[in-house]
Write a protein that binds this ligand. Structure first.
Ligand SMILES: Nc1ncnc2c1ncn2[C@@H]1O[C@H](COP(=O)(O)OP(=O)(O)OP(=O)(O)O)[C@@H](O)[C@H]1O
Length: 628
């Protein structure tokens, strides 16, 4: 005899769900059906959703632990197909959950389990609480479950987050808590969109800015919206991705990061500092044609074509070239034009990575893995780069002890976070860059030969600025970038710029143009008179060829050494020293030291002040014994 279930009548979504359970052929008296992933399928799911899992762990688990850890409850995450991906909470509860198969890898769609929070939230696309008797299958009625879907910034449902409790009956508060956990994860996803540079929180009242109910807009470096939450859309009258933030918030929102006002809105802007902030939300299908990028210099063109060939095959790429030739920009362009462009580009500054932190930075670590570890753990740069590029910048500067650890990391394409026994497969393209002659470093015992071979799948060398056939075009390009209004360059100055040695390469030219254009504001022609004296002297007079601090030139520090790199043609063009190198080095030391002290040891600020890259500053500080 079949017993007709008594349909709950109080809430429409619940009645609909029971109807669907009956429609799926389930009976409340039977035990539920089981669809379970096998080990390899589960591993695949974990790889696919590792970013989501990590964000739940870092953005939802701490609050859950604080409020529910002692209440025989568990926090669960399922994917959009209803498979439980992970659960967290008190350990003695999981056996009981396992009895009803609320276990990792088990599917909780309504068609298998009847009305339940995970399956019903997925179908109804809304937060639901399914408490005790409301479960369709009797076997599940000892539980209270509350679940809320998590949506990607593009509106795609990624999964649900759920709290399941054994004794505690869920209430409206639990529903609010789970919704807020889902919201935290959605905000984290928003902040990890490719090109995220600014986060702007907005609200009508200042005390709502950190309430969880504020609007959030994520903008790129140029102030274009790359994503926003529904509240921001509402507050900004349907702002869209691609719109300029200025259009909605005036021109002051990014001027100083911090609090601000625009009309009736209170704003709080912060610069996002996510390492390699370009993470994958979804892989896109077709890569743009790299051959569409044209270089007007044959050496650069060849480097581009070769590099593009190897990066489709996961062959490690080594990018060489003097400081400031644009290695980092080249890698960014490679990434942007590659099939992995929707994946992240995660940069590691190897010069600034202490040996003892190599594993935890690269592999990640579990919460509490060692003293000083972040409470929520860290996913690690390698897993962050999954699906994209891992860019090992300044590889030649890496201390030997750190090199052997890096080698181990690169040999195993599986990552086990420090303090964990779970391994994660990673799919990454490795690119390393350096301004140093690595082969010479190997010969001198300063760089491990095995690591060199591991990184040196293909080597491309970017030409120095003085060697480039398109130097005139670059000068005009950088002039256009910095000039304040239409303006020509006087032929004598142009000629001199084209002949200059440019030890700091593009960076040096870029800095010079910036200063000169400021001086030339309002004039029709950029000419000698607009150059500060020291720059004019540098261009006009005999070249200042000082010995660098350690065979290495930097722009912006007042020195002008020759090329240290590779013995390639540029090196042969080095001119002889014309000033006393000791006094020049002294001046540089004192310059750097002053700036470093003035910036309270803040490397980014100090590099900005000196007009050099952070990497270059790190190198200087190391030479001066101010950094490890
Ligand atoms: N294609 C380009 N066009 C114009 N300017 C460029 C280009 N590439 C790089 N630059 C300028 O040169 C600067 C240095 O570029 P980048 O950091 O890529 O050099 P790098 O070779 O990686 O330097 P380092 O070895 O010191 O880290 C950039 O900040 C930019 O100002």
């Amino acid at each position: 005899m079949t017993v007709k279930p008594h349909l709950p009548s109080t809430q429409a979504w619940l009645a609909d769900s029971w109807q669907r359970s009956i429609g799926a052929g389930l009976s409340e008296y039977q035990s539920s059906r089981e669809l379970r992933l096998d080990a390899s399928e589960l591993k695949q799911k974990h790889e696919q959703y590792q970013m989501l899992i990590a964000l739940v762990q870092s953005h939802a688990l701490p609050l859950f632990n604080q409020l529910m850890a002692h209440s025989n409850s568990r926090l669960l995450l399922s994917d959009a197909d209803g498979y439980v991906l992970r659960h967290w909470g008190v350990s003695h509860y999981s056996t009981k959950l396992a009895d009803v198969a609320l276990d990792i890898g088990v599917n909780w769609l309504e068609q298998y389990k009847g009305t339940n929070a995970i399956g019903t939230a997925l179908t109804a696309k809304q937060a639901v609480s399914v408490v005790g008797e409301q479960h369709f299958i009797r076997q599940n009625r000892f539980m209270s479950c509350t679940a809320c879907p998590i949506f990607s910034p593009q509106g795609e449902m990624l999964g649900v987050i759920d709290i399941t409790s054994e004794q505690q009956r869920h209430t409206q508060q639990t529903l609010m808590l789970v919704s807020s956990l889902a919201q935290q994860v959605e905000t984290a996803l928003l902040c990890h969109l490719p090109d995220s540079h600014y986060r702007i929180d907005l609200a009508a009242q200042p005390n709502l800015l950190n309430s969880g109910w504020q609007g959030i807009v994520i903008a790129d470096r140029d102030g274009r919206i790359v994503g926003c939450n529904p509240m921001a859309k509402q507050l900004l009258n349907h702002a869209k991705v691609g719109d300029a933030v200025d259009q909605y918030l005036g021109g002051n929102w990014s001027r100083t990061c911090g609090f601000n006002r625009h009309l009736a809105l209170h704003l709080q802007t912060q610069a996002l500092n996510i390492p390699g902030a370009k993470r994958r939300v979804a892989m896109t299908d077709k890569a743009p044609n790299p051959l569409g990028v044209r270089f007007r210099d044959p050496l650069l063109e060849r480097a581009w074509l070769y590099a593009n060939k190897v990066i489709t095959k996961q062959i490690p790429l080594l990018v060489l070239g003097e400081t400031g030739v644009g290695k980092e920009q080249f890698v960014k362009k490679l990434h942007a034009r590659s099939a992995r462009r929707a994946g992240p580009l995660v940069a590691v500054n190897c010069a600034a990575l202490p040996a003892e932190l190599v594993e935890s930075e690269l592999f990640g670590y579990q919460a509490g893995a060692f003293t000083g570890a972040n409470r929520t753990g860290f996913i690690g740069k390698i897993r962050q780069a999954h699906g994209g590029f891992l860019f090992l910048d300044e590889i030649g500067e890496m201390p030997l002890a750190a090199q052997s650890r890096l080698l181990r990391v690169l040999q195993e394409r599986e990552v086990v976070p420090v303090g964990s026994n779970q391994s994660f497969k990673v799919d990454i393209q490795i690119i390393a860059a350096t301004h140093m002659d690595l082969e010479q470093q190997v010969a001198q015992g300063l760089f491990r030969q095995d690591l060199f071979y591991r990184l040196n799948g293909l080597q491309v060398c970017l030409p120095a600025l003085r060697e480039r056939q398109d130097i005139e075009r670059i000068i005009h390009k950088l002039h256009r970038k910095h000039r304040i209004a239409a303006q020509a360059i006087c032929p004598e100055l142009l000629g001199q710029l084209m002949q200059h040695h440019w030890p700091g390469n593009l960076r040096e030219l870029d800095n010079l143009m910036q200063v000169a254009c400021l001086m030339a504001e309002g004039d029709d022609t950029l000419s000698w008179q607009h150059l500060p004296d020291y720059l004019a002297a540098k261009l006009a007079g005999p070249a200042l060829e000082a010995e660098p601090l350690q065979g290495e030139p930097e722009a912006g520090l007042g020195q002008s050494p020759g090329s240290p790199l590779l013995g390639e043609s540029g090196a042969s063009r080095q001119r002889s020293a014309a000033v006393n190198s000791d006094s020049l080095n002294e001046a540089i030391y004192s310059n750097v030291l002053q700036a470093y002290q003035a910036c309270d040891g803040n490397v980014s600020q100090c590099a900005k002040r000196l007009g050099i890259s952070r990497n270059a500053l790190y190198r200087k500080l190391k030479l001066m014994g101010l950094k490890e």
